[in-house]
Design a protein around this ligand. Structure first.
Ligand SMILES: [Cu+2]
Length: 457
């Protein structure tokens, strides 16, 4: 294959601070930039996978009982031509085959399931494990090391965490927020619609997908309430499409993006310009509204966030995590990836994190936070105000957006996952819609983790 241009790393799981007037300029920006270096050099797995992907790419990434599958690297799969926007920088350490213990070596009472389940977490933590010693203290570290079987010196200890190995690293919004142009009173965004290859998990072959600006989810489009938005989409697909800004109250219904209801679909090679006023704040989305089961399922989706003109206390937070779920052709994913390739939510004790759930799939997902209250502050972008309430399980239906604030109070590694169990766990351990809320004692520890990730490269 020809080396491809570096694909834009993707997705809106940024964790910026909003102390800064630029909501995407994270207080950890320096750290993220360091991590960006990792993204650049860990693309090999992607490149390898793009060159060796399965002959019949399948989007399925579910609880298929495939004993032993978790221990099979993808490099044995036959090959398929990668698409242009496919892989990332052609350098980097390829994934290793995950560690495995021979059956004869199983600890008492264990089955192969336990080995596979542990492997998933070994891949998730990767070479980050040693950093936990200074962060969580000796006692906690000893327990973590014992759980993971660190004494085995398993190979993942030398590998970057799975979520760092996926080429479309979920930090793009922090690294390179989509910068608009200005044209008089208009805030102008230019977005291409592309065929891409998506790697849902660092050990899986890439799958044929669709993206905006070469990534799925597409780049977050972010404006201030009242902005006049001009979004120019160029169709590089081999099929027609249309783009709907979901949640916007349009003055002109011809801007609503529904082919044959409000516009003709736009064809390959054509562009279409949407113009509207962002007349209310909140968490919204943009996505295909044409052949949508297929097109959205394959990745034509992204976050559209309108920041309030007059932020209230609930709109003040230290970090932010956009959590876009999908469950159609890509299996069960958060921001286009399945666990353990899902970027964790990271915060220091005392910090407030805004999580913006956006469900682009066709199923309901009750997202359950271990150990933490989710304060629900908005539904579908509409602020709940004094009706805000707490829960530890927030069910997000198709098309819905729920904004929650979480105050990090207790350090630890806290599971945070969809509670429809077949969406998160199977015979080979956890997969799909699983996240982890990593709460560390101090902001400095956040930087320590980021430094460890950098070193992992
Ligand atoms: Cu679910």
């Amino acid at each position: 294959m020809e080396p491809t241009a570096p694909a834009p790393a993707p997705s809106p799981a940024a964790q910026p601070s909003n102390d800064d007037p630029d909501p995407t300029a994270a207080l950890t920006r320096r750290g993220f930039l360091r991590v960006a270096g990792i993204a650049g050099i860990t693309g090999v797995a992607a490149t390898v996978a793009a060159c060796t992907a399965a002959a019949a790419p399948q989007w399925s990434f579910g609880p298929v009982p495939t004993p032993g599958a978790a221990t099979t690297p993808p490099s044995t799969a036959p090959s398929v031509a990668p698409s242009a926007a496919a892989s990332v920088a052609p350098s980097a350490p390829a994934s290793v085959a995950p560690s495995a213990s021979p059956a004869s070596n199983l600890p008492p009472g264990w089955t192969e399931h336990d080995i596979a389940a542990r492997n998933v977490i070994r891949r998730y933590v990767g070479s980050l494990a040693p950093a936990f010693k200074d962060i969580f203290g000796d006692a906690a570290f000893t327990k973590i090391a014992d759980m993971l079987g660190a004494a085995d010196n398993y190979p993942e200890l030398q590998q970057p965490p799975a979520f760092i190995q996926v080429p479309q690293l979920v930090l793009n919004d922090a690294l390179k927020p989509l910068q608009p142009e200005t044209d008089g009173e208009w805030t102008v965004f230019r977005i291409s619609i592309d065929e891409i290859e998506q790697q849902i998990d660092e050990l899986k072959p890439t799958v044929a997908a669709l993206g905006y600006n070469g990534q799925t989810p597409g780049p977050t489009i972010r404006v201030r309430e009242g902005a006049k938005v001009r979004a120019i989409f160029t169709n590089n697909l081999k099929e027609t499409t249309g783009v709907h800004f979901h949640g916007v109250e349009f003055d002109d219904f011809f801007m609503d993006g529904v082919p044959f209801v409000t516009q003709k679909p736009f064809a390959p090679g054509e562009s279409f310009t949407y113009e509207f006023t962002a007349n209310r704040p909140g968490s919204m989305m943009y996505h295909s509204h044409h052949n949508a089961t297929d097109q959205v399922g394959r990745g034509l989706l992204g976050a559209f966030i309108v920041d309030p003109k007059s932020p209230t206390e609930v709109d003040t937070y230290d970090r932010e995590y956009v959590w876009i779920s999908n469950d159609v052709l890509g299996g069960f994913t958060i921001n286009g990836h399945g666990f353990p390739a899902v970027l964790p939510i990271l915060a220091a004790v005392g910090e407030k994190v805004r999580v913006r759930y956006m469900n682009e799939g066709i199923m309901y997902h009750p997202f359950h936070s271990h150990g933490y209250r989710q304060q629900i502050v908005a539904r579908d972008g509409y602020a709940l105000g004094s009706n805000a309430y707490g829960a530890d399980t927030v069910t997000v239906g198709p098309g819905e957006r729920w904004d929650v604030n979480i105050t990090a109070e207790r350090p630890g590694l806290w599971a945070y996952h969809c509670h429809i169990l077949p969406h998160v766990e199977g015979p080979d351990g956890m997969f799909g819609m699983v996240n982890v809320f990593i709460v560390v004692p101090t902001k400095q520890d956040v930087d320590t983790i980021l430094a460890a990730l950098t070193a992992a490269s």
